[in-house]
Design a protein around this ligand. Structure first.
Ligand code: ADP
Ligand code: MG
Length: 322
């Protein structure tokens, strides 16, 4: 099959690539065209997943298709953006129909779950890597930035933390456990659910937000730095799932929650007056700490004493990028 046949069969023909609101022109021309309403801004983010670096090789193509889009869509959630579409740049060592079918099916499932239309891409031969660029829309000035946290705000997250980090030894085949223990954690690793609706509900309420991709401590450090405040995290408030606590003892689970990547939950700062209404509306928000004057991230034990975290989040180039 040639490149164009491949694009047509597996991507242009996918349900997620069909005509939809906001996409004036999809796959097939030199560019796609997106339609924004007056008073809207475009939110854009790109993520690359490389075989052997961001996912094990070989891995299940369907799960990879789901995961590469979820990871990218999570950045739209973190800005409070409404999903519009995405492009897919795929580098493949070979055009295996089985692999492409599985990958396209997983991608399509996540695309439909996230209401993201596939609007274009690029297909080349090379080592396996997947780059997804997502596009969303926002009313002008309403994006949730990292820089607005205020002293006195609550620090909250959108659900349990550490599941993906708990799953990692299972994903890498370093540890084997019973299927019923592994399944819920593997699901959180391979098909994280971008918190798109929560992000939109936080517009005009949260003062700062991001999605946790590198670990809670590291990512809260980004809000602290951008906002010129300190974030306090209370260890006993960390939400740990029953599935994680079935696999690990509490200190190990807390370590996953603090330092493990790949959770893709939202972390955000919120003036306290907004919490009751959001909770009453059914959002599963967990308050894990607060914003105080100062710099950096502080971890507090049950007595309110400062404790030292064991390690920070994942960085591809160590401290070089600081
Ligand atoms: P060009 O050479 O003009 O860059 P291509 O031949 O690479 O165009 O792609 C043809 C069309 O197919 C374009 O609309 C492009 O966006 C789309 N496309 C290419 N690869 C993919 C892919 N993996 N998924 C979705 N659309 C793709
Ligand atoms: Mg091209």
């Amino acid at each position: 099959m040639d490149e164009f046949g491949l694009i047509r069969q597996y991507f242009a023909a996918a349900p997620c690539a069909q005509a939809t609101a906001g996409v004036a022109l999809g796959i097939g021309d030199d560019c796609a065209l997106l339609q924004l309403a007056a008073g809207e801004q475009l939110a854009i983010s790109t993520d690359t997943l490389v075989a052997g670096v961001h996912f094990p090789d070989p891995c299940d193509a369907y799960l990879l298709g789901q995961r590469c889009l979820a990871v990218a869509a999570s950045d739209l959630a973190a800005m409070g953006a409404t999903p519009l579409g995405f492009t897919l740049a795929l580098s493949l060592p070979a055009a295996s129909p089985d692999w492409l079918q599985g990958f396209a099916a997983g991608l399509n499932k996540m695309a439909q779950d996230c209401a993201l239309a596939l609007i274009g891409g690029d297909t080349t031969r090379g080592p396996l890597s997947v780059t997804v660029t997502v596009f969303g829309r926002l009313p002008v000035g309403q994006a949730l930035l990292r820089s607005g946290a205020q002293v006195g705000d609550l620090l909250c997250v959108g659900g349990s933390l550490g599941d993906a980090a708990g799953a990692l030894p299972l994903v890498l085949g370093q540890r084997q456990v019973a299927a019923e223990l592994a399944a819920p954690l593997l699901a959180r690793y391979w098909s994280p659910q971008p918190q798109l609706a929560l992000g939109q509900a936080l517009r005009g309420k949260a003062t700062a937000a991001l999605d946790i991709s590198d670990g809670l401590l590291a990512d809260c450090g980004h809000i602290a730095k951008a906002s010129a405040v300190a974030l306090q995290i209370e260890l006993e408030r960390l939400p740990l799932s029953p599935a994680l606590l079935a696999l690990l003892d509490k200190p190990a689970a807390q370590h996953c929650a603090l330092s493990g990547g790949d959770d893709y939950r939202l972390a955000f700062t919120l003036p306290a007056q907004h919490l009751p209404a959001l909770q009453a509306a059914g959002w599963s928000l967990v308050r894990i700490g607060q914003v105080v004057a100062g710099r950096g991230v502080q971890l507090l034990d049950a007595q309110g004493e400062t404790v030292q975290p064991r390690a920070c989040g994942y960085q591809h180039f160590g401290n070089l990028s600081d």
